[in-house]
Ligand binder design. Structure first.
Ligand code: ZN
Ligand code: MN
Length: 473
């Protein structure tokens, strides 16, 4: 039995331009409903759209970052459908001549690095938001109507839920690096539909593609694909098949539920958008945008590995958000044990930070570098260092002040440590017998007692050495 899961994604991303795509209404999230609207985005008679140039610029940036061809000539089309979230009765989008084509994004796939192809990126407008009330009414908020979107259509190059999640994470970090979207799935600025089916490679048969909607987290995408994989394999094993369907992900029960039989493309009656001119882009514009783009995660990660000699795994996490990467680089300028900076950030710092994207800590890189210096020069030991860092998170105090105020400096005076060792051994005489009887674990027990007695301040190497000496006597 050899099954292969085939996954393709369609991702809608709201661009964070100042104004909407075809009018000068403000482009913002939330706020009082229906306060950011005008005759154009409400589709009142006579309203004429004017394309926002930044929508084009941002889309070119996305296209370049995703290794696409930027088409010199593209056009807008009308996608017709009747629903209250679209007052015009059609959505302005790009059908057969999109602005970006044939790109890819590289991810660390199930079997090593792989390129996930991208068919196209098209510019389009967002629709209004429907609010369903408890009394079974539907209210419309047109603030979102006309907000610029890009739709990114991947090739079916992913083969598991995990690969799809990794693709989305990489896409999000790339687009947020560019500053063209905040990609917040919970606020709807990144939305993802999944296409999935399974091939029986031995028999050469496959299931019909299922589309899954209503996904609101990357984990949800992963789980929905894993769920569908199992469902499709069951269909194959029972020798059954179904027609193309659209299902929605139920995050509470962890399952997909049938919504409807899938629409076909013909239902939308695409037609050229006559109110907007074709989009013409010259090489000069593309090169100008390329030259102004920031260093992207892949490049930055490679540079971190090279410049700071840190492992690939560390470099990828540290460059997964721009703010995190900046904190690392600023600290590394002030303290040159780059691996130590990386290790402390990856463990002690990151486990106290919820949102890596919005990475923020209540102390400066100067303070963080001072803490690492204090550990490196044995002013404090590793464990006390963790304690000081915790205090820095809670109080934003400077590390040297915390060390001074609480008298945390490491005890390196051998006679002072010896006094504690003697006291501990005197109160645990049996432990020496145990050790000599072969229970070497006792050593760790005694070291622990001495460290506790010194409030964690004794130099662990000296403690170890002294205890060994005493036992041997
Ligand atoms: Zn408007
Ligand atoms: Mn779309």
């Amino acid at each position: 039995m050899s099954y292969k899961t085939i996954v393709g994604l369609e991702i809608h991303v709201e661009l964070s331009t100042e104004t909407k795509a075809f009018c000068s209404c403000k482009n913002e999230f939330g706020g009082e409903p229906n306060t950011r609207v005008c005759p154009v985005c409400l589709a009142l008679p006579g309203g004429m759209p004017v394309l926002n140039e930044n929508v084009v610029n941002y889309t070119i940036m996305a296209g370049l970052a995703l290794n696409c061809n930027i088409e010199k000539l593209s056009k807008f089309d009308r996608k017709n459908y009747f629903y209250p979230d679209l007052t015009k009765g059609y959505q302005v989008t790009q059908d057969d001549m999109p602005i970006c084509t044939e790109g890819y994004l590289e991810i660390e796939g199930d079997r090593g690095a792989k390129k996930v192809g991208i068919y196209k990126i098209q510019m389009e407008e967002d629709t209004a938001k429907s609010l369903h009330t408890d009394s079974d009414e539907t209210l419309m908020d047109y603030n979102r109507c006309g907000v610029p979107l890009i739709e990114i259509v991947s090739k079916p190059d992913m083969n598991s839920g995990k690969e799809a999640r990794l693709f989305l994470e990489k896409l999000k970090s790339t687009l947020t690096y560019l500053g063209i979207s905040d990609c917040k799935m919970e606020e709807g600025s990144l939305r993802c539909d999944v296409n999935v089916n399974v091939v029986d490679e031995e028999k050469g048969i496959k299931t019909q593609v299922t589309e899954v909607k209503n996904l609101n987290s990357f984990r949800g995408v992963e789980k929905a694909i894993d769920f569908e994989t199992k469902r499709h394999i069951e269909l194959l094993e029972k020798g059954e098949d179904e027609i193309k369907t659209t299902r929605r992900w139920d995050d509470v029960n962890n399952e997909t539920i049938l919504m409807r039989v899938k629409y076909t493309v013909a239902d939308y009656r695409f037609a050229p958008e006559g109110d907007l001119p074709q989009v013409v882009i010259d090489e000069e514009k593309i090169e100008k945008i390329r030259s102004e783009m920031p260093e992207l995660p892949d490049k930055k990660s490679a540079r971190f590995q090279e410049e700071y000699s840190i492992p690939q795994y560390d470099a990828e996490i540290l460059t997964s958000s721009q703010k995190l990467a900046l904190f690392y680089e600023e600290t590394a300028e002030k303290f040159d044990d780059y691996n130590m900076v990386s290790n402390w950030m990856m463990t002690e710092v990151l486990r106290r930070v919820e949102d890596v994207e919005e990475f923020e800590v209540p102390f400066s890189t100067d303070d963080f570098a001072d803490l690492l210096k204090a550990i490196k020069t044995n002013t404090i030991n590793n464990n006390v260092g963790k304690k000081v860092l915790r205090e820095m998170f809670e109080t934003s105090k400077k590390p040297m002040d915390i060390i001074k105020e609480q008298g945390l400096s490491q005890i390196t005076d051998t006679s002072e440590i010896e006094a504690i060792v003697n006291k501990v051994i005197a109160t645990n005489p049996k432990s020496i017998e145990d050790y000599n009887a072969g229970k070497t674990r006792v050593l760790g027990f005694l070291v622990g007692l001495v460290m506790k007695e010194s409030r964690g301040k004794a130099n662990p190497q000296i403690v170890n050495q002294l205890i060994m000496e005493k036992i041997k006597k």
